[in-house]
Ligand binder design. Structure first.
Ligand code: SF4
Length: 349
Protein backbone atom coordinates (compact mmCIF):
# COMPACT_ATOMS: atom_id res chain seq x y z
CA UNK A 1 0.00 0.00 0.00
CA UNK A 2 2.79 2.38 0.94
CA UNK A 3 4.54 1.58 -2.31
CA UNK A 4 1.48 2.71 -4.26
CA UNK A 5 1.54 5.94 -2.30
CA UNK A 6 5.12 6.53 -3.42
CA UNK A 7 3.69 7.18 -6.86
CA UNK A 8 1.86 10.22 -5.52
CA UNK A 9 5.13 11.81 -4.35
CA UNK A 10 6.95 14.37 -6.42
CA UNK A 11 9.86 13.06 -8.47
CA UNK A 12 12.16 14.88 -6.12
CA UNK A 13 10.77 13.11 -3.02
CA UNK A 14 10.72 9.76 -4.82
CA UNK A 15 14.47 10.04 -5.45
CA UNK A 16 14.98 9.38 -1.73
CA UNK A 17 13.82 5.80 -2.26
CA UNK A 18 16.13 5.00 -5.18
CA UNK A 19 17.86 1.66 -4.67
CA UNK A 20 15.77 0.62 -1.65
CA UNK A 21 14.15 -2.79 -1.34
CA UNK A 22 10.33 -2.67 -1.21
CA UNK A 23 10.18 -3.43 2.52
CA UNK A 24 12.80 -0.73 3.26
CA UNK A 25 10.92 1.82 1.16
CA UNK A 26 7.71 0.96 2.97
CA UNK A 27 9.32 1.45 6.39
CA UNK A 28 11.00 4.74 5.43
CA UNK A 29 7.81 6.05 3.89
CA UNK A 30 5.79 5.21 7.00
CA UNK A 31 8.38 6.91 9.23
CA UNK A 32 8.94 10.06 7.20
CA UNK A 33 5.75 10.91 5.36
CA UNK A 34 2.44 12.11 6.73
CA UNK A 35 -0.91 10.76 5.64
CA UNK A 36 -2.76 13.24 3.41
CA UNK A 37 -5.66 14.93 5.23
CA UNK A 38 -7.92 15.01 2.19
CA UNK A 39 -8.76 12.35 -0.35
CA UNK A 40 -6.43 12.65 -3.34
CA UNK A 41 -3.90 14.70 -1.35
CA UNK A 42 -0.19 13.92 -1.53
CA UNK A 43 1.81 12.66 1.48
CA UNK A 44 4.23 15.23 2.88
CA UNK A 45 7.68 14.98 4.40
CA UNK A 46 7.24 15.30 8.16
CA UNK A 47 9.46 17.28 10.45
CA UNK A 48 10.77 14.78 13.00
CA UNK A 49 13.25 15.00 15.88
CA UNK A 50 15.34 12.45 14.00
CA UNK A 51 14.83 13.85 10.53
CA UNK A 52 16.15 13.53 7.05
CA UNK A 53 19.70 14.85 6.65
CA UNK A 54 19.56 17.87 4.35
CA UNK A 55 15.89 17.64 3.42
CA UNK A 56 16.37 20.45 0.86
CA UNK A 57 18.94 18.47 -1.12
CA UNK A 58 17.65 17.44 -4.53
CA UNK A 59 18.49 13.75 -4.41
CA UNK A 60 17.84 13.35 -8.14
CA UNK A 61 21.12 15.20 -8.70
CA UNK A 62 23.09 14.52 -5.49
CA UNK A 63 22.86 10.90 -4.48
CA UNK A 64 22.80 11.50 -0.73
CA UNK A 65 20.29 8.73 -0.17
CA UNK A 66 18.91 8.19 3.30
CA UNK A 67 20.83 9.79 6.18
CA UNK A 68 19.60 11.13 9.50
CA UNK A 69 20.25 14.22 11.56
CA UNK A 70 19.14 15.21 15.06
CA UNK A 71 19.94 17.97 17.51
CA UNK A 72 18.24 19.15 20.70
CA UNK A 73 19.06 22.83 20.13
CA UNK A 74 18.21 25.21 17.35
CA UNK A 75 20.70 27.80 16.18
CA UNK A 76 23.98 28.35 17.99
CA UNK A 77 25.83 30.56 20.46
CA UNK A 78 29.10 30.45 18.54
CA UNK A 79 27.98 33.10 16.01
CA UNK A 80 30.55 32.20 13.37
CA UNK A 81 30.87 34.87 10.68
CA UNK A 82 30.73 32.21 7.98
CA UNK A 83 27.85 30.13 9.40
CA UNK A 84 25.50 29.02 6.60
CA UNK A 85 22.57 29.37 8.99
CA UNK A 86 23.02 33.17 8.74
CA UNK A 87 21.43 32.84 5.30
CA UNK A 88 18.29 31.00 6.27
CA UNK A 89 17.60 31.52 10.00
CA UNK A 90 15.82 34.81 10.61
CA UNK A 91 16.59 34.55 14.35
CA UNK A 92 20.29 33.71 13.96
CA UNK A 93 21.35 36.64 16.16
CA UNK A 94 19.36 35.29 19.13
CA UNK A 95 21.84 32.44 19.59
CA UNK A 96 21.06 28.88 20.62
CA UNK A 97 17.74 27.77 22.09
CA UNK A 98 16.24 24.50 23.26
CA UNK A 99 13.64 22.80 21.09
CA UNK A 100 10.43 22.45 23.04
CA UNK A 101 9.42 18.84 23.69
CA UNK A 102 12.59 17.52 22.08
CA UNK A 103 13.25 14.67 24.56
CA UNK A 104 9.83 13.04 24.12
CA UNK A 105 9.87 13.56 20.35
CA UNK A 106 13.36 12.07 20.11
CA UNK A 107 12.37 9.00 22.14
CA UNK A 108 9.30 8.54 19.93
CA UNK A 109 11.48 8.61 16.83
CA UNK A 110 13.77 5.92 18.21
CA UNK A 111 10.77 3.73 19.00
CA UNK A 112 9.28 4.29 15.53
CA UNK A 113 12.54 3.55 13.72
CA UNK A 114 12.81 0.32 15.67
CA UNK A 115 9.17 -0.71 15.34
CA UNK A 116 9.00 0.00 11.61
CA UNK A 117 12.35 -1.71 10.98
CA UNK A 118 13.70 1.30 9.12
CA UNK A 119 17.05 0.27 7.58
CA UNK A 120 20.05 1.49 9.60
CA UNK A 121 21.74 4.59 8.23
CA UNK A 122 24.21 7.21 9.46
CA UNK A 123 23.03 9.66 12.14
CA UNK A 124 24.69 13.08 12.22
CA UNK A 125 24.44 15.33 15.28
CA UNK A 126 23.93 17.99 14.04
CA UNK A 127 23.66 20.60 11.29
CA UNK A 128 23.25 24.37 11.74
CA UNK A 129 23.79 24.08 15.47
CA UNK A 130 26.30 22.65 17.94
CA UNK A 131 24.87 19.88 20.11
CA UNK A 132 27.56 20.60 22.71
CA UNK A 133 27.21 24.39 22.94
CA UNK A 134 28.15 24.91 26.57
CA UNK A 135 25.49 27.32 27.88
CA UNK A 136 22.62 25.05 26.83
CA UNK A 137 24.23 21.67 27.24
CA UNK A 138 25.54 22.41 30.73
CA UNK A 139 22.04 23.44 31.79
CA UNK A 140 19.99 20.78 30.00
CA UNK A 141 22.36 17.87 29.19
CA UNK A 142 20.12 17.17 26.21
CA UNK A 143 22.97 15.84 24.03
CA UNK A 144 23.93 13.46 26.82
CA UNK A 145 20.31 12.32 26.94
CA UNK A 146 20.43 11.67 23.17
CA UNK A 147 23.67 9.71 23.32
CA UNK A 148 22.44 7.54 26.17
CA UNK A 149 19.07 6.90 24.49
CA UNK A 150 20.69 5.87 21.22
CA UNK A 151 23.00 3.52 23.09
CA UNK A 152 19.86 1.64 24.20
CA UNK A 153 19.07 0.84 20.53
CA UNK A 154 22.11 -1.05 19.22
CA UNK A 155 22.09 -1.50 15.46
CA UNK A 156 19.46 1.19 14.84
CA UNK A 157 22.01 3.42 13.07
CA UNK A 158 24.81 2.29 10.76
CA UNK A 159 27.13 4.90 12.28
CA UNK A 160 26.90 7.94 14.53
CA UNK A 161 28.77 11.24 14.24
CA UNK A 162 28.94 14.30 16.46
CA UNK A 163 30.12 17.64 15.08
CA UNK A 164 31.24 20.29 17.56
CA UNK A 165 33.37 23.30 18.34
CA UNK A 166 33.12 22.60 22.05
CA UNK A 167 34.57 19.12 22.69
CA UNK A 168 35.50 20.11 26.25
CA UNK A 169 31.86 19.56 27.28
CA UNK A 170 32.37 15.84 26.66
CA UNK A 171 34.86 15.85 29.53
CA UNK A 172 32.28 17.21 32.02
CA UNK A 173 30.92 13.77 32.81
CA UNK A 174 32.20 10.28 32.12
CA UNK A 175 28.77 9.28 30.84
CA UNK A 176 29.45 11.20 27.60
CA UNK A 177 32.49 9.17 26.70
CA UNK A 178 30.91 5.91 27.92
CA UNK A 179 27.88 6.39 25.65
CA UNK A 180 29.92 7.55 22.64
CA UNK A 181 32.38 4.68 23.02
CA UNK A 182 29.55 2.16 23.19
CA UNK A 183 28.11 3.67 19.99
CA UNK A 184 31.48 3.65 18.21
CA UNK A 185 30.69 7.29 17.47
CA UNK A 186 33.01 9.61 15.59
CA UNK A 187 33.56 13.04 17.15
CA UNK A 188 34.38 15.63 14.52
CA UNK A 189 35.93 18.70 16.09
CA UNK A 190 35.88 21.85 14.03
CA UNK A 191 39.15 23.83 14.30
CA UNK A 192 40.02 26.12 11.41
CA UNK A 193 42.71 28.21 13.15
CA UNK A 194 45.71 27.38 15.29
CA UNK A 195 45.91 30.91 16.71
CA UNK A 196 43.30 31.83 19.31
CA UNK A 197 43.26 35.50 18.32
CA UNK A 198 42.61 34.69 14.64
CA UNK A 199 39.69 32.42 15.53
CA UNK A 200 38.20 35.04 17.88
CA UNK A 201 37.70 37.42 14.92
CA UNK A 202 35.37 35.06 13.06
CA UNK A 203 34.11 32.63 15.74
CA UNK A 204 33.40 35.12 18.55
CA UNK A 205 31.23 32.80 20.65
CA UNK A 206 33.25 29.60 20.30
CA UNK A 207 35.94 28.42 22.71
CA UNK A 208 39.53 29.21 21.63
CA UNK A 209 41.30 26.63 19.44
CA UNK A 210 43.89 26.00 22.18
CA UNK A 211 41.10 24.69 24.46
CA UNK A 212 39.58 22.64 21.65
CA UNK A 213 42.96 21.05 20.92
CA UNK A 214 43.48 20.18 24.57
CA UNK A 215 40.05 18.53 24.72
CA UNK A 216 40.76 16.58 21.52
CA UNK A 217 43.98 15.23 23.01
CA UNK A 218 42.18 14.11 26.17
CA UNK A 219 39.29 12.51 24.25
CA UNK A 220 41.66 10.66 21.92
CA UNK A 221 43.57 9.42 24.98
CA UNK A 222 40.27 7.96 26.25
CA UNK A 223 39.93 5.96 23.06
CA UNK A 224 37.32 8.06 21.26
CA UNK A 225 37.59 8.28 17.49
CA UNK A 226 38.29 11.96 16.93
CA UNK A 227 38.46 13.68 13.55
CA UNK A 228 39.78 17.17 12.83
CA UNK A 229 37.44 19.30 10.76
CA UNK A 230 39.87 21.84 9.36
CA UNK A 231 36.84 23.55 8.05
CA UNK A 232 36.30 25.99 6.49
CA UNK A 233 39.32 26.84 4.37
CA UNK A 234 39.66 30.57 3.76
CA UNK A 235 41.01 32.25 0.63
CA UNK A 236 44.70 33.15 0.69
CA UNK A 237 46.72 35.49 -1.50
CA UNK A 238 43.78 37.42 -2.96
CA UNK A 239 44.85 41.05 -3.56
CA UNK A 240 43.10 43.45 -1.17
CA UNK A 241 41.73 40.66 1.04
CA UNK A 242 43.37 39.83 4.39
CA UNK A 243 44.61 36.27 4.86
CA UNK A 244 42.52 35.60 7.98
CA UNK A 245 43.67 31.99 8.03
CA UNK A 246 47.43 31.77 7.67
CA UNK A 247 49.11 28.79 6.01
CA UNK A 248 52.19 29.04 8.24
CA UNK A 249 50.49 30.05 11.49
CA UNK A 250 47.21 28.11 11.27
CA UNK A 251 46.89 25.37 8.65
CA UNK A 252 50.36 23.85 8.81
CA UNK A 253 50.63 23.79 12.64
CA UNK A 254 47.12 22.34 12.88
CA UNK A 255 47.99 19.46 10.57
CA UNK A 256 51.28 18.88 12.42
CA UNK A 257 49.40 18.82 15.72
CA UNK A 258 46.70 16.51 14.31
CA UNK A 259 49.37 14.08 13.17
CA UNK A 260 50.86 14.00 16.65
CA UNK A 261 47.56 13.42 18.54
CA UNK A 262 46.81 11.46 16.26
CA UNK A 263 43.32 12.18 14.93
CA UNK A 264 41.72 9.56 12.65
CA UNK A 265 41.68 11.81 9.56
CA UNK A 266 40.85 15.36 8.42
CA UNK A 267 37.64 16.72 6.89
CA UNK A 268 37.59 20.02 5.06
CA UNK A 269 35.66 22.27 2.69
CA UNK A 270 36.25 25.70 1.16
CA UNK A 271 34.37 28.56 2.81
CA UNK A 272 31.21 29.92 1.22
CA UNK A 273 30.13 33.43 2.12
CA UNK A 274 26.51 33.87 3.23
CA UNK A 275 25.25 37.22 2.02
CA UNK A 276 21.48 37.40 2.27
CA UNK A 277 21.02 38.43 5.91
CA UNK A 278 22.56 38.43 9.41
CA UNK A 279 25.90 39.66 8.08
CA UNK A 280 28.90 40.30 10.30
CA UNK A 281 29.54 43.58 8.54
CA UNK A 282 33.31 44.12 8.94
CA UNK A 283 34.11 40.52 8.04
CA UNK A 284 31.79 40.56 5.07
CA UNK A 285 33.16 43.84 3.68
CA UNK A 286 36.77 42.66 4.02
CA UNK A 287 36.15 39.27 2.40
CA UNK A 288 33.74 40.21 -0.38
CA UNK A 289 36.33 40.74 -3.18
CA UNK A 290 37.50 37.13 -2.71
CA UNK A 291 34.00 35.76 -3.45
CA UNK A 292 33.06 36.77 -7.00
CA UNK A 293 30.81 33.77 -7.76
CA UNK A 294 27.17 33.93 -6.62
CA UNK A 295 25.35 30.61 -6.35
CA UNK A 296 22.08 30.25 -4.45
CA UNK A 297 22.33 31.86 -1.02
CA UNK A 298 26.14 31.97 -0.98
CA UNK A 299 29.10 33.58 -2.64
CA UNK A 300 32.04 31.41 -3.59
CA UNK A 301 35.72 31.95 -4.20
CA UNK A 302 37.06 32.12 -7.76
CA UNK A 303 37.40 28.47 -8.86
CA UNK A 304 41.23 28.60 -9.14
CA UNK A 305 41.59 30.05 -5.61
CA UNK A 306 39.15 27.48 -4.21
CA UNK A 307 40.93 24.60 -5.94
CA UNK A 308 44.32 25.80 -4.71
CA UNK A 309 43.41 26.04 -1.00
CA UNK A 310 41.85 22.57 -1.05
CA UNK A 311 44.70 21.02 -3.08
CA UNK A 312 47.35 22.52 -0.77
CA UNK A 313 45.71 20.91 2.24
CA UNK A 314 45.44 17.55 0.49
CA UNK A 315 49.16 17.67 -0.32
CA UNK A 316 50.06 18.63 3.22
CA UNK A 317 47.91 15.82 4.62
CA UNK A 318 49.49 13.34 2.22
CA UNK A 319 52.98 14.41 3.24
CA UNK A 320 51.99 14.06 6.92
CA UNK A 321 50.35 10.67 6.51
CA UNK A 322 46.86 12.03 7.28
CA UNK A 323 44.00 11.42 4.92
CA UNK A 324 42.00 14.55 3.98
CA UNK A 325 38.41 14.25 2.80
CA UNK A 326 35.99 16.89 1.50
CA UNK A 327 32.94 17.16 3.77
CA UNK A 328 30.51 16.25 0.99
CA UNK A 329 32.62 13.22 0.01
CA UNK A 330 32.59 12.25 3.68
CA UNK A 331 28.81 12.26 3.92
CA UNK A 332 28.46 10.43 0.58
CA UNK A 333 30.82 7.77 1.90
CA UNK A 334 28.61 7.42 4.98
CA UNK A 335 25.56 6.95 2.77
CA UNK A 336 27.30 4.35 0.60
CA UNK A 337 28.73 2.40 3.52
CA UNK A 338 25.33 2.17 5.19
CA UNK A 339 23.64 0.95 2.01
CA UNK A 340 26.27 -1.70 1.47
CA UNK A 341 26.43 -3.09 5.01
CA UNK A 342 24.03 -5.92 5.85
CA UNK A 343 21.37 -5.30 8.48
CA UNK A 344 22.12 -7.06 11.75
CA UNK A 345 18.57 -7.97 12.75
CA UNK A 346 19.66 -9.78 15.92
CA UNK A 347 21.18 -6.62 17.39
CA UNK A 348 17.96 -4.70 16.73
CA UNK A 349 15.65 -6.99 18.66
S1 SF4 B 1 29.53 26.37 15.31
FE1 SF4 B 1 28.63 25.75 13.38
S2 SF4 B 1 26.42 26.01 13.68
FE2 SF4 B 1 27.45 27.17 15.29
S3 SF4 B 1 27.59 29.26 14.48
FE3 SF4 B 1 29.50 28.18 14.00
S4 SF4 B 1 29.22 27.36 11.95
FE4 SF4 B 1 27.19 27.90 12.74
Amino acid sequence: MALERLQSLTERDRALFAGMQDDEAQAVFAYLFSQPRQAGGAPRLRSRAIGLYDPFCDRRHHNLGLLWQAGPYSCCDHRCAYCYARSYLANFAHGGATKRGFGAAFSRCLEDLQRLKVPPRHLSMANSTDVLQARLEREHRAALFMFECIACYPGLFASVGVLTKHPEVLLDDERYTAALLSLGAEVQVSIAFFRDEAAARVEPGAPPPSLRRLAVERLAARGLRVVLRLDPLFPRGVPGVPDLQSWDDDVRPLVEWATRVPVAYVITSPIKLPFRRNLMEGFHRAMLPAFPVVRGSYRRMAPDVERAVVADLHLLGEASGLSVEHCFANILRRARQAQESPVDEASRE
